[in-house]
Design a protein around this ligand. Structure first.
Ligand SMILES: [Zn+2]
Length: 83
C-alpha cells in the first residue's frame, strides 16, 4: 500500500468508494432504503453520477490490469532517483 503513485492511489480510493457504495445499495434494498450514496449525493446531476460509476469501473479495471505501473513493481525493479 505504501508509496503508491497518484493514479494508483486514486484508483484505490475509487474502487473502495464503489465497493462500499455497492454494499450499501445491496444492504439498503433489504431495509427498503436507498443507500446509494453516489446517487444521493449526485442524483441531481445524473451525468456526474454516471461519470462516477464509469470512473469506478475504469479504476477497477486499472486495479486488475494496471500492474505495470512503476509504483507496483518490487523495490529492486524500480530505480528511484534522489534528484
Ligand atoms: Zn502507480
Amino acid at each position: 500500500m505504501e508509496n503508491r503513485c497518484t493514479v494508483c492511489s486514486t484508483a484505490f480510493v475509487l474502487v473502495a468508494i464503489g465497493a462500499l457504495n455497492w454494499g450499501l445499495v445491496g444492504l439498503g434494498h433489504f431495509f427498503e432504503r436507498n443507500w446509494n450514496m453516489v446517487q444521493l449525493l449526485l442524483g441531481r446531476w445524473p451525468q456526474v453520477e454516471w461519470a462516477v460509476y464509469i470512473a469506478v469501473g475504469i479504476a477497477g479495471l486499472f486495479m486488475l490490469f494496471g500492474k505495470n505501473c512503476s509504483c507496483r513493481k518490487k523495490p529492486e525493479e524500480v530505480y528511484r532517483s534522489t534528484a
